[in-house]
Write a protein that binds this ligand. Structure first.
Ligand code: FEO
Ligand code: CA
Ligand code: CA
Length: 723
């Protein structure tokens, strides 16, 4: 969430805590690493691959037959607009179905949307982000093919705020000074996290089912089990869990994923901003190595917290947000509480009795999503992940366990998660100028890690908890804010959005992050990689140590210089800025691209585009001039409206976040986050001054305060969306 140049919370989100000198590193050690060859699982490509996740291509949907991947985008592109509404192509209808505060139980009152509401444990959370569909059949059993009844599992990342307070949640905007009232904090603790809500269609209109027994809220307070190598680590010991095996809650949940065994994955992104650290905490910790890690993860001594939750009183629901060493030992305070966040978490969306599991083997960072490679019998399960801060890295996890196709429908879904996600190896990407790259192992098996003088790693638990430091040590490539990853179901190629990077300068450009330029917005200069790009990786097999890469797409304004900036030949039908969400449709093969932009918002609100990508290497190379330097990069084929087209523009101030679909592709669900976020707290009770009144302005719900929401988009003729 939160584009680079927003006025809100710039210091809490997407920090520049990577002060490593990467990509400058020891070439001898790297040469040794590069000879390690295949990572694991033997040699050779899998001969038979299967789609991970929903079996959409072979399903028998109730509202239409199986859908073949499409070769054309069959809709009229939507023009850029600053209108405060959701705009979709002619022939399509978008309807809001699930907004902040909507009831998740039959006994919860309707949302008044005036700051007086409570009971958020049974209401939709705020700032809808990544979203995934989990089908149900007519009898309420899990189904990969049924298309008229299902569960939507989604992240509630954050809240629209100013000066500590989540002002739209409180009657008069709330308290913007410390200490903050416990009653305000209690609401804010509950609107973060995850929700699961049942939806159904009667063939005419989709609606949430507020009495469904599947409905669930997960918040900052929900019980958590620590799984993987960090379980029981001394660095996870807190007053709440003196053996470091449990924790509470999930926070700043951003991207999502769906495992090949049918569970929901959520990434914890900008969690560090919620913690307070005392100005003298470095001394209190006797400057141990945790201080280096705290700095690397964005919490210097004296850091203020985003909402002041630590100020709510003596209960540890508040004191846990003070990450300072103030007790006699780690068992007496919450100095390690921050180490319990920053993971990929897994839930079984069909079973709300099961605790959330933090999968520490997948590393600790500003996680966006996790996207799974196509699984193959007898081969490891592989997941790709981005760490979204300026100059952070792209990672992949390779399981120890080999894929058993019977696990596509396991008796116990979270036990399958234990099998594939608790034991394995994490790798980080190094991009080479020649268009190749390598995955560098992050474990004590790597002599660079075991012998590191940069940070003294004792064991793999420390690699799992202090992952960014391990990635620094091996010389990973610093990227322009890695956001969502997606795997093309047609050929297995892996896409990562790199949303933008205001820190990229002409001197620090490299082949994989080749642009640093100046763009004007309302008379002001914006510098760096202003508009972002999308990198694409091709591997012989998902567990291979080597890859080839190119830059599939350079986001840019249509009118920008085609030699230096608009390298993908974008036009008015498809120009965009700051790609963030990226999801391949399993029904159609369409690559959906969503933006979280603050750079082009003088001319258009954020948007959703549909793409039909080719393959890595389909565009050749280009050389960019940066003063005396030149950088040669590897580019995808130039775009036309036939291969990339704008499908939706959102309301004012909103980011377009998650997207998912029914297995037949006839309905897509899209999350619209933080409409009206540039509203001033002082105007909280003056709707005329709201930046946006969406979705009330579209006829949804009470009150006029803007609300994050899920919309459903269908084609008026009942056809497959995007075709
Ligand atoms: Fe929550 Fe990186 O977007
Ligand atoms: Ca995002
Ligand atoms: Ca501009």
């Amino acid at each position: 969430m939160t584009h680079d140049n927003t006025r809100l919370n710039a210091h809490f989100n997407n920090e520049d805590s990577n002060t490593s000198g990467n990509p400058v590193f020891d070439s001898v050690l790297q040469a040794r690493l590069s000879r390690r060859g295949l990572l694991r699982g033997g040699v050779g490509m899998a001969s038979a691959t299967a789609l991970g996740g929903a079996a959409a291509l072979s399903g028998c949907a109730t509202t239409g037959g199986p859908v073949a991947p499409v070769n054309t985008l069959g809709f009229t592109p939507v023009a850029k607009t600053l209108a405060d509404q959701v705009t979709v192509p002619p022939g399509y209808t978008a309807r809001t179905i699930y907004a902040l505060g909507d009831p998740l139980s039959a006994s919860t009152p309707a949302y008044k949307n005036d700051g007086s509401d409570n009971g958020y444990g049974d209401r939709a959370g705020d700032h809808h982000d990544g979203i995934e569909w989990f089908g149900l059949d007519a009898t309420g059993r899990p189904s990969d093919s049924f298309a008229s009844r299902g569960l939507l599992a989604m992240n509630h990342e954050a809240t629209t705020d100013e000066k500590l307070s989540s002002f739209f949640l409180h009657a008069n905007g709330g308290t913007s000074t410390l200490p903050r009232p416990a009653a305000e904090i209690d609401k804010e603790l509950m609107i973060h996290g995850i929700s699961v809500v049942e939806v159904q269609t009667d063939g005419k209109a989709w609606a949430t089912q507020n009495a469904s027994a599947f409905n669930r809220r997960i918040t900052t307070m929900t019980p958590v089990l620590i799984h993987g190598p960090a379980r029981g680590s001394e660095h996870l010991v807190t007053r709440h869990s003196t053996d470091g095996t449990a924790a509470r809650g999930t926070l700043n949940n951003c991207g999502t994923g769906r495992t090949p065994w049918g569970t929901f994955i959520s990434g914890e992104e900008n969690w560090f901003g919620y913690f307070f650290r005392d100005a003298k905490d470095d001394d209190a910790r006797k400057k141990d190595k945790q201080v280096q890690a705290l700095n690397r993860y964005g919490r210097k001594a004296g850091a203020a917290s985003r909402h002041g939750w630590e100020s709510g009183g003596a209960s540890d629901s508040y004191t846990r947000w003070n990450n300072s060493a103030i007790g006699a030992s780690a068992k007496d305070d919450f100095r390690n509480e921050m180490n319990t966040f920053g993971y990929i978490v897994e839930i079984d969306p069909y079973d709300k009795t099961q605790a959330l599991r933090k999968r520490t083997a997948l590393g600790r960072m500003g996680h966006e999503n996790a996207t799974f490679a196509r699984v193959s019998a007898g081969q490891p399960v592989v997941a790709y992940m981005g760490d979204d801060s300026r100059g952070e890295y792209i990672y992949k996890f390779v399981s120890d366990a080999k894929w058993d196709p019977a696990d596509a429908k396991p008796a116990n879904r979270l036990a399958a998660g234990d099998k594939y996600l608790d034991k394995g190896t994490l790798f980080v990407a190094r991009f080479k100028d020649d268009g190749s790259g390598e995955w560098l192992e992050l474990s004590m098996n790597n002599p660079v890690i075991a012998g590191s003088s940069y940070f003294e790693f004792k064991n793999n638990a420390e690699v799992a908890i202090f992952t960014r430091l391990a990635a620094d040590a091996v010389g990973a490539t610093r990227m322009d804010r890695p956001e969502w990853g997606g795997v093309n179901p047609k050929n297995g190629e892996v896409y990562f959005t790199l949303t933008n990077n205001s820190n990229r300068t002409p001197a620090t450009t490299d082949a994989a992050n080749p642009r640093a330029y100046t763009d004007m917005k309302a008379g002001k200069e914006q510098k760096g990689n202003v508009n972002g790009h999308i990198v694409r990786l091709a591997e012989k097999a998902p567990h291979d140590a080597a890859f080839l890469w190119d830059i599939y797409l350079f986001a840019a304004e249509a009118g920008a210089d085609k030699a230096q900036i608009n390298l993908s030949n974008l036009s008015d039908e498809n120009d965009l800025s700051s790609p963030d969400g990226l999801v391949f449709s399993k029904a159609t093969g369409i690559c959906w691209i969503e933006t979280d932009d603050g750079a082009y918002t003088d001319q258009t609100n954020c948007m959703l585009l549909a793409a039909l990508p080719g393959q890595r290497g389909d565009g050749g190379s280009k050389t960019l001039k940066h003063g005396d330097r030149s950088v040669t990069t590897h580019v995808g084929k130039a775009q036309t409206p036939a291969t990339l087209k704008r499908f939706l523009v959102g309301p004012k101030g909103a980011e377009i976040t998650g997207i998912t679909e029914t297995p037949d592709g006839r309905a897509i669900f899209v999350n619209i986050q933080h409409a009206g976020e540039n509203t001033k707290m002082a105007d909280v009770n003056d709707p005329a001054k709201y930046e946006s009144q969406w979705p009330a302005s579209a006829g949804y719900g009470a009150g006029k305060r803007p609300r994050s929401a899920t919309i459903v988009i269908t084609k008026n003729d009942g056809g497959v969306v995007g075709t």
